[in-house]
Design a protein around this ligand. Structure first.
Ligand code: IVH
Length: 705
């Protein structure tokens, strides 16, 4: 989709787009990390993150409290114990083009104020899942997945079954956290899928999914039977440093008994990095395991320390991704799926074709404008070529994900092929399907009357981040939704299921096919266990458009109880104090507020919400504390020459401590840090009576002196 250039966005557009991007990224995170079922391609995901970062860079004041730039991955799935990482597990910034690698090197040198060449390591980016291994006194004591970067899943028993992971180490630091990637080789993946298919079990779409599914088994015996491998490439907490450089640290891990990637080399500067990138890319097909790019890291660990981190990625590393894979095939038909919020999504049915080793027969066509050859602002894409059934189309797949139709070849267009007419009515319930101003998506207006929306809403309701009811997944929802004797049409019906079943002497659930005494009782018990639910989960589970997991958390922490939340949303129409309060929540914009208010005013929705609330005990949620530092919450301005660090380094450090760094002095400024040569800003600060200190005073204040 072509988007308006960030430079041209108005502030209001930027605010709205940041909200939209935040939701899209949060949804993609949940699909990928928590559910192991990605919904968008890696390339699309990267594009969302990048646009979000670009808008934030242009409008720093609009950066949201729940900005995706500050988050890594998604919350952990239930079932495993939780492990708080002592050193956060970070993600990597991505580069796609060669000039972005040069820019990365420029940025590093500028940040450090470094004129000469910087050395980097270059190594393959393994397409698996990251794992942190904690050794104390040479013994493996804990293994944890990344989770959201702060808290991961405890998979120690499972990790112990992986042959590449040593159980004991000789000569290691007393505390050593080794980080690396768990992956599955192509040969092992193919054999595993064959065994799975032969025994009638589910097969995996690709080696990454197979590795993730195998590591995250509650029964470690299953993991033991799966051929997982591990490459070490990084570390977390250490009682003593491993070495002075990245390269030597990796050698040290190798000497301790870890597998490290043999394609790791040392490069001086971007040119050598690109040479190694092409070398690795040329070997990609014969490596025997999936990689999706090359990672460059500043070699000198002292420089890494000075460069530090942005909110979720280090400044000293970048992932240079490989381009996506392509193939051509015939478009056999277009189906329209109706989603939870009524969105009509066109899906391409394709003559099956192999794209990067995976057979693809469905791909997304995004929306009606995309099919017609326009972006949502009416500008041409694919030089304006529309997509017709029977066309020869290019399918595009990046990594692990739903493929897309990228282009078409008009030379193969069949005579008499007609432009595709996008339905104006919902194919499921016949209600009119409308497009709102500025929205590229056409939506069914049937709300809960539409069976497709109602059933998708229920599936969302029982999904992991929401009520997560054991034994009640998408499949069971489909079944109960259509059921004549024990129907489940709205969430409240889930909580009356047991009572309705016991009131019906004839057709008991336990006598149904697929159920028995035990499984029926189990289902009733797992439903009962969720009758008491935290407020944030409840809000998220309502499936209100624009209200994702992050927003639900913000709302829950703000209102704290269901009663307060419900009263506020019921009263909040524009102009009321409740509306002002709702939209003042950092991270809640007008669009989300409007969507909440509409849901609570719609009769059918409101009825469903009230009926549900009457069934539940809602646990209040506590507000979260802020960063604890002497400068947290202060607005700071730096001016003049700083002698002990570059401006960028000073700003980054201040922000890490919870301060806001502004470019100019105003009545809102709390502190001016003035070096030699400070001019007009110092005068202005003096005029306004703003507190002024010098660089040493600043370092003392933040405890870095
Ligand atoms: S370094 C602080 N090196 O890519 C940086 N990561 O997109 C730590 N990954 O979460 C990561 N191969 O799971 C690093 N050679 C490599 C990698 C690698 C794969 C994964 C890792 C990370 C993700 C970021």
């Amino acid at each position: 989709m072509l988007e308006k250039a960030v430079d041209l966005l108005t502030e209001a557009e930027a605010r709205e787009e940041l909200a939209r991007l935040g939701r899209a990224i949060a949804a993609a995170n949940t699909a990928y990390h928590t559910l192991d079922a990605p919904e968008i391609s890696d390339a699309d995901y990267d594009a969302l993150k990048r646009r979000n970062a670009e808008i934030e860079a242009r409008f720093p004041d609009l950066k949201r409290a729940d900005s995706p730039s500050d988050q890594v991955g998604a919350a952990v799935a239930d079932g495993f114990g939780k492990v708080a990482h002592r050193v956060r597990m970070l993600s990597l910034e991505n580069a796609f083009a060669a000039d972005e690698v040069a820019e990365f090197d420029d940025r590093v040198r500028r940040f450090l104020g470094h004129a000469g060449t910087v050395s980097y390591t270059a190594e393959p980016k393994i397409d698996g899942l990251s794992l942190s291994l904690r050794y104390e006194d040479g013994l493996l004591i804990q293994a944890a997945t990344r989770g959201d970067g702060e808290v991961g899943e405890n998979v120690t028993d499972n990790a112990r079954t992986i042959a590449d992971i040593p159980q004991t180490l000789t000569g290691a630091p007393q505390v050593l956290e080794v980080r690396g990637e768990v992956y599955m080789s192509h040969a092992d993946f193919a054999a595993l899928n064959q065994r799975q298919a032969a025994s009638g079990e589910k097969t995996f779409a690709n080696p990454r999914n197979a590795a993730a599914g195998s590591l995250r088994q509650l029964d470690a015996r299953i993991t033991a039977a799966r051929p997982l491998r591990f490459f070490a490439y990084s570390w977390g907490q250490l009682s003593v440093p491993l070495a002075a450089t990245q390269f030597e640290a990796i050698r040290r891990l190798e000497a301790l008994g870890f597998q490290t990637n043999p394609l790791t080399v040392l490069c001086s500067g971007p040119e050598e990095m690109l040479v190694h990138y092409r070398r690795i890319e040329a070997q990609r097909a014969v490596l025997g395991y999936d990689i999706d790019g090359v990672v460059y890291k500043v070699n000198d660990l002292a420089l890494q320390g000075r460069l530090g981190f942005r909110s979720s990625t280090p400044r000293w590393a970048i992932a240079h991704k490989f381009p996506a894979e392509l193939a051509w095939t015939e478009l056999l038909g277009i189906d329209i799926q109706v989603g939870r919020t009524g969105a009509l999504s066109p899906v391409a049915r394709l003559r099956p074709v192999t794209v990067g080793g995976v057979v693809v027969s469905n791909a997304t066509l995004h929306n009606e404008d995309y099919i017609a050859g326009r972006d949502s602002r009416g500008q041409e894409i694919r030089s304006g070529k529309d997509i017709r059934i029977g066309d020869w189309v290019q399918v595009y797949r990046a990594g692990d994900v739903i493929p897309k139709v990228a282009d078409i070849d008009l030379t193969y267009r069949k005579d008499g092929a007609q432009p595709y007419v996008f339905p104006k009515k919902c194919p499921q319930c016949g209600s009119p399907a409308h497009r709102e101003e500025g929205d590229s998506v056409r939506r069914c207006t049937g709300g809960l009357i539409c069976p497709a929306q109602a059933v998708e809403r229920l599936k969302h309701f029982v999904s992991r981040g929401a009520f997560d009811i054991e034994g009640l997944g998408a499949k069971q929802i489909e079944m109960f939704f259509k059921d004549a004797t024990l129907p489940m049409r709205t969430p409240a019906d889930i909580f009356t299921l047991a009572a309705r079943d016991s009131a019906n002497p004839l057709q008991k659930l336990k006598n149904r096919e697929g159920f028995g005494d035990v499984s029926a009782a189990k289902l009733f018990a797992s439903i009962e266990a969720r009758r008491s639910i935290p407020l944030d989960r409840l809000i998220f589970s309502l499936g209100i458009r624009h209200v994702g997991e992050v927003a639900a958390g913000l709302l829950a922490r703000h209102y704290s109880t269901w009663a307060a939340f419900e009263t506020a949303i019921t009263r909040a129409t524009p102009g009321t104090p409740e509306w002002a309060e709702l939209t003042s929540i950092n991270g809640v914009g007008e669009v989300m507020a409007q969507s909440l208010v509409e849901a609570f005013q719609n009769t059918a929705e409101r009825h469903a919400i009230d009926a549900l609330a009457a069934q539940l005990m809602v646990q209040p949620v506590q507000a979260r504390g802020a960063v604890d530092s002497p400068v947290a919450g202060l607005t700071v301005v730096f001016t003049g020459t700083l002698e002990k660090m570059t401006r960028a380094e000073a700003k980054a450090r201040a922000e890490a401590l919870g301060a806001k760094v502004a470019g100019s002095v105003s009545a809102k400024t709390d502190l001016l840090v003035a070096g030699p040569g400070a001019g007009s800003k110092a005068k202005e600060a003096e005029r306004l009576g703003v507190r002024m200190i010098d660089e040493d005073g600043w370092l003392q204040l933040i405890g870095d002196a």
